[in-house]
Ligand binder design. Structure first.
Ligand SMILES: [Zn+2]
Length: 77
């Protein structure tokens, strides 16, 4: 491992942005469950990544073009 022992940096957000299943637009916002380590960490993320804490809105992808929302993972209810 090449990580420095006392100055850990969060790994960059590298999830593929994907495309809207409704309109095919690439203007997709990711709603990420969980919190980054701090404001500095958030600034390093693409502006289409939104941290939503532990409150899951029921979807984690939102289309900026048509407003569609969906979940990136299959929902088993
Ligand atoms: Zn769309």
């Amino acid at each position: 491992m090449m990580l420095p022992p006392d100055d850990l940096e969060r790994e960059p957000y590298d999830v593929p942005r994907g495309a809207c299943p409704a309109c095919g637009s690439g203007d997709v916002t990711h709603l990420v469950i969980g919190l980054p380590s701090g404001p500095e960490a958030m600034e390093g993320d693409p502006d289409w990544v939104h941290w939503v804490g532990c409150v899951h809105p029921g979807f984690d992808r939102e289309c900026g073009s048509c407003g569609a929302t969906w979940s990136s993972r299959p929902v088993s209810v």
